[in-house]
Design a protein around this ligand. Structure first.
Ligand SMILES: N[C@@H](CCC(=O)N[C@@H](CS)C(=O)NCC(=O)O)C(=O)O
Length: 210
């Protein structure tokens, strides 16, 4: 299998997490921020990463890729459980890609471009806290967002890492989420797929957070 990806892209990072957790080897072709890789443009009508190639099959859209991998490697525990538990995993996955990501992206882009200001910081702090309240309820007293470590966690880890690296915090109020994130960080998959650098971020800031 071959994966076209960008190290700091949360969609690609989610797929890499899944692959590490499932113990699946892939050959990785890394694309830089802003780069239009000719293979990606040729393979994916959307021109986005990740793109997975498995034999004759070309897959784009990270959620489709992850569902395919979960079907292909059913022995992993990343998409298991009752129909209700699996639906919850999919729901958090979709929420992470479609809501949390859209809330965080404009902020991350502005920090990345050196354009963040006080107004933006105030707006994002409030929005981030509302999402943390919701996620605290979703997590409840579980260790992970599914019956075990799952696709839902794979989707949320990059979002949380990016939020923290780019200046948001978990404060004192979000102990359950903090513990969840620490638990995820202790898994060997976390460090092995962590991007080596984050555009616009000083290495020292990153190290303090992670
Ligand atoms: N819905 C897509 C989103 C993928 C996506 O937006 N990837 C971004 C990087 S985070 C990308 O490739 N952007 C390059 C471009 O749009 O040209 C997925 O889940 O795979």
């Amino acid at each position: 299998m071959k994966l076209y990806h960008r190290p700091d892209c949360p969609f690609c990072w989610k797929v890499r997490l899944f692959l590490r957790e499932a113990g699946v080897e892939v050959s990785e072709i890394s694309v830089k921020l802003g780069e239009k890789h000719p293979d990606v443009v040729a393979l994916n009508p959307n021109g986005t990463v990740p793109v997975l190639i498995d034999g004759d099959m070309v897959l784009w859209e990270s959620a489709v890729i992850v569902e395919y991998l979960a079907d292909k490697f059913p022995e992993t525990s990343l998409m298991t459980g009752t129909p209700e538990q699996r639906a919850k995993i999919r729901q958090i996955h979709s929420y992470s890609d479609n809501r949390l990501g859209k809330i965080l992206f404009p902020y991350i882009k502005q920090v990345r471009d050196g354009k963040a200001d006080g107004d933006l910081q105030h707006t994002i702090d409030k929005a981030w806290q509302a999402e943390l309240d919701m996620l605290t309820l979703q997590l409840g007293d579980q260790d992970y967002f599914g019956p075990d470590f799952s696709v839902a966690d794979c989707a949320l880890i990059p979002r949380f890492t990016l939020a923290l690296v780019y200046g948001l915090t978990l404060g004192k109020t979000y102990g359950k989420l903090k513990n969840w994130f620490e638990r995820c960080k202790r898994r060997s998959s976390f460090a092995t797929v962590l991007p080596a650098s984050f555009p616009g971020i000083d290495e020292m800031i990153k190290l303090e957070i992670l």
